[in-house]
Structures are given as C-alpha cells and as structure tokens.
Design a protein around this ligand. Sequence first.
Ligand SMILES: Cc1cc2nc3c(=O)[nH]c(=O)nc-3n(C[C@H](O)[C@H](O)[C@H](O)COP(=O)(O)O)c2cc1C
Length: 318
Amino acid sequence: MVDLSTTIGSLSLANPVMPASGTFSDELAQVIDLDRIGACVIKTITREFRAGNPTPRVAETGGGMLNSIGIPSKGLGDFLDRIVPVYRRIQAPLIASVSANTTADFAALCRDVSVDGVEAIEVNISCPNLEADGHAFAMRPDLTEEVITEIRKATTLPIWAKLTPNTGDIAGVARAAEAGGADAVVVANTILGMSIDLTTFRPSLGSGMGGFSGPAVKPILLRMAYQCSRAVSIPVIGCGGISTASDALEYIVAGCSAIQVGTATFVHPTAMITVLEGLEAFCRERGLARLMDIRGAVGAVGETAGDLPAQPVPAEAV
Ligand SMILES: Cc1cc2nc3c(=O)[nH]c(=O)nc-3n(C[C@H](O)[C@H](O)[C@H](O)COP(=O)(O)O)c2cc1C
C-alpha cells in the first residue's frame, strides 16, 4: 500500500492531486469519483455578481490554450447558499478561491467565506489591484505582503497565495507571501499571452490578451515552482501544464507538496485520476513507500541544479 498523503500546513490531504481553480466544478462527479482527489479547489469567486469578459473567451494555441474568462461569479451569496452545501457531501476538502480588487475587500471576502465546510482559502492575487494602477497584487512583493498580512488578520483558515508568473521576481513574491502569513503558495496562474486571427486581423480573444495554460507552460512554471520551493519554507503547490503523472512527479521532485491539474481536464475529464493512478504506479514500481519522500529530491543531484538562483537571472547573464 503506497502512502500518497501530503500536508499543506495544518491541512492533511489523502493525496497531492487537486484541480486548478476555474477548470473544475462538482459536475465532474459525473465522470470521476471526487472522493478520490486530494482536495476540491473551486472557481474563483468575487463578492458581487460579475458577468465576465467579452467573447470569445478561449482560443486554442500550439501546446495549450488562451483564456480570458474574466472571473464570472455568482457572488458570495451563491457560494455560501449553494456551493458550500454541495461540497459537504464530498470527502475531499473544499478549498475556496477568492478575488478582490483592493486589500480591504480581499480581507473582508476571506472573512466572509470562512464558514464551516471550507478547509482553506486560495487567494487569487493574480488579479488587478485597483489601488496600484491595476497591477496584479502578486506582481510585486510589497503589494503581496500587504494583502496577505490583512487577509491573515481576517481569517483563521489556512491561506494559499496563488501567484502570477507575470512577474520578474516570483521567488521574492513567494517570500513576501510567507512573510505576510500565507500557509502555502500556489505556483502559478496563467502566463499573459495573445493570438491573432488572420481572417479578421483581430485578436482571437474578445479582450485582446489572455492567460496561456496547458502543456507548453510546464517548463516555465516548473522552474518557478522550483525557485519558490527554494525561497520559502511554507509548502509550494505546483500548477502549470500538468497532464500526466510524470509532469506531477517533476513538480514534486522540484519541491512541491501538492499539484493542481488545470487545462488537461478540458482535454481528458479523467486527467486527475490518470495522474493519481500514475503516481501510485510509480511508487509501486520504484518500491517507494511514501510519495512525499521524493519531494525536493532534485536538490540532491549536484552543483548544477543547486546553483540555480532563487532570484531571476540578470539579463546580462543570459
Ligand atoms: C478556462 C480557465 C479558467 C481559469 N480560471 C481561473 C480562476 O478562476 N482562478 C484562478 O486562480 N485560476 C484560474 N485559471 C488558471 C488555472 O487555475 C491554472 O493556474 C492555469 O491554467 C495553469 O495550469 P494548467 O496549465 O494546468 O491549466 C483558469 C485557467 C483556465 C484555462
């Protein structure tokens, strides 16, 4: 019997496989047994109703997809009245995902989603901060530390800070999240991108630009997850381009305590179970009693990997 369990701060999970926010809903229960996954991370909610971005909202690109969904949300009331009761019937812990445009609103929303049945809050700080010219909170360490500090005061639930790769200093941002009191960092959200429709000469997405995700982002986000795991002592949850157990294992060996499967679920709705079964098979084949024994094992491979800087490489060095 292989031990796939993991811990994210005070939260114990049966296994490290969970969905990436926005790529999952309880309707997936029609295809997979939700009790088998490590946790249920739901689509980001905002306090108020939000319609989302103009269409088209998704576009396929080589090796992945672009989206500009824009966080449509039915609001806090729907979360408390409908979503939380649905997940009470599911064994895997419910992880809320929230977004707001000011520090005070973020903290207040985290306070209000801290109800019985919610086991942790993933704070999607990849969204624009209206008090900082619309820069995403997680683009800057100072904004990150400020918002996480205020959220920490507002809730006793574990806080997972979901970082954006659209920053020059992801390790610095992860350190700021830790300093503010985050229990984990999720690395990471989508990479800003665009594509152009050559029949219309217009951007493929209604909002022009959007978030790039899927297999092509894995080397970039794996590198960031690795840098973060070296920079902080809180758990790192890897996310980006994971569709197989091998992808997940790379993140774990890089130092991640858990992983999230996103775009892959759109391609194969059973992707999370495929990853989970692959992790178990890997451990069995290698005679590994506990999956988390190989977490961070890349650190042991020698000077080359060990020398990789947590800070961004200066432009003149590349
Ligand atoms: C259609 C779509 C919707 C998403 N919505 C959210 C969201 O609401 N909140 C969030 O934090 N991330 C959201 N994401 C980002 C994913 O959670 C994940 O960070 C990203 O897609 C990278 O993982 P992947 O390559 O496995 O998809 C969304 C991604 C996609 C493709």
